[in-house]
Design a protein around this ligand. Structure first.
Ligand SMILES: [Mg+2]
Length: 128
């Protein structure tokens, strides 16, 4: 579990100094940040965002693959950076479909809690 001291060591609070919006609602702040960086507009955005998500997820997988195949090591920072790229596209798609990441997070927690309560965390199929 990350605590306040960890965040201070990472410079988390300095990074967003002066931005009370971030501290008040980080999810909404980041959603707007993603929108501000979005280059593709209109009908092409959905396709660009889905392809971006696949590509960035693939970059995470590629690093792990090279660890297995070539014994090429990666740092925690390498993976964190790629996960940030994945998150960017997850949030971009969240913005399109449900308005923000918070709804996606809440729906996912509800789904997984329900599966856990019914003993269905293992297995396959999205409607179990
Ligand atoms: Mg990347």
């Amino acid at each position: 579990m990350i605590n306040k001291n960890d965040l201070e060591m990472l410079g988390y609070f300095e990074m967003f100094q002066g931005s009370t919006d971030y501290m008040e609602d980080p999810v909404r702040f980041y959603s707007q940040f993603v929108e501000d960086k979005m280059l593709t507009k209109g009908n092409d955005r959905l396709f660009e965002n889905v392809l971006g998500l696949c590509g960035e997820s693939g970059e995470v997988a590629e690093k792990v693959k090279k660890l297995l195949r070539d014994r090429t090591k990666f740092s925690d920072d390498d993976i964190i950076s790629e996960l940030g790229d994945v998150l960017f596209y997850v949030v971009a798609l969240s913005n399109i479909f449900k308005g923000n990441l918070k709804v996606v997070m809440e729906n996912n927690m509800k789904k997984l809690n329900d599966r856990q309560q019914r003993g269905k965390l293992q297995g396959s199929g999205s409607s179990r």
